[in-house]
Ligand binder design. Structure first.
Ligand SMILES: Nc1ncnc2c1ncn2[C@@H]1O[C@H](COP(=O)(O)OP(=O)(O)OP(=O)(O)O)[C@@H](O)[C@H]1O
Ligand SMILES: [Mg+2]
Length: 252
């Protein structure tokens, strides 16, 4: 059954990797609902399974167990065409490693999804300029990725992901290369997009100071997920206690 406003749902999702004969349980038995118009932050130590989970939610990877539903439809049952449509129009992804095309300028990288979607030239130019300004990089439009700093590349990757106003943006460590002022600006921008455009955003971060800007906060630990704030969470003060002290706040 689908609750209204539910965009992506993970139901008992697990992902096991096999590496040199050993099993790695990167993600275990996760239940999570990403609702429309929510800004969700995902925290957790390195190796806790954040990237793996985002890839599963985006349909970039398939769960070993359980299901990922997009607007109530199991991603495993979508055809190739529907999957392409999902990736091009509905889900924006910001990769931990940026994923910019090296031979294209910053402007062309941002414009590409609009081009692929068949947006006409004038609307494309307007929107590309607009999102470059949103991330504060209009004056770097002609630069190629290697002519940009790590933080600038990261902001271009964010501009590219938001250009088409997808229903949901999955952003993996989108502020990892940014100083605190720029990191705060990006999270504020996410907050604004969620509230103005009813977009949903799931962003992983290591930066505790950004968490106040999110509507819901989840922590991953060893492939499992706990709600720190939002549905199923304990009191907000729990966020600042070590994990052992908040065992009682574990989502059920
Ligand atoms: N392709 C793979 N093959 C085998 N094991 C993998 C693979 N990808 C990830 N893992 C393992 O799965 C676990 C979760 O990895 P994941 O990349 O999801 O962590 P993360 O929380 O994103 O970490 P970080 O904060 O460092 O980005 C890790 O133990 C990792 O070594
Ligand atoms: Mg990661």
């Amino acid at each position: 059954m689908t609750v209204q406003g539910e965009l992506i749902s993970a139901r008992g999702v697990g992902r096991v990797y096999t590496l040199a004969g050993e099993l790695v349980h990167a993600v275990r038995d996760i239940d999570l609902d990403i609702n429309e118009g929510r800004f969700v932050a995902l925290v957790g130590r390195s190796g806790s399974g954040k990237t793996t989970l985002l890839n599963l939610l985006a349909g970039l990877d398939r769960p070993t167990t359980g299901q990922v539903l997009f607007q109530g439809k199991d991603l495993a049952h979508l055809g190739e065409k529907q999957m392409v449509d999902l990736r091009r129009h509905r889900v924006g992804f910001v990769f931990q490693s940026f994923g910019l095309l090296p031979l294209l300028s910053a402007y062309e990288n941002v414009e590409l999804p609009l081009r692929i979607a068949g947006i006409d030239a004038r609307a494309r130019a307007t929107r590309t300029q607009e999102v470059l300004e949103m991330v504060g990089l209009a004056r770097r439009a002609r630069h190629r990725p290697y002519e940009l700093s790590g933080g600038e590349q990261q902001r271009i990757a964010i501009a590219r992901a938001v250009a088409l106003k997808p229903a949901v943006i999955l952003a993996d460590e989108p502020t990892g290369e940014l100083d605190s002022v720029n990191a705060h600006a990006i999270f504020s921008l996410f907050q604004k997009m969620v509230h103005d455009d009813r977009m949903s955003i799931v962003a992983t971060t290591h930066d505790q100071t950004l968490l106040d800007l999110a509507d819901e906060v989840y922590e991953m630990h060893d492939g499992q997920i706990t709600a720190l704030r939002g549905p199923g969470a304990g009191s907000p003060d729990d966020m600042f206690k070590p994990p052992a002290a908040r065992a009682g706040a574990r989502a059920g």
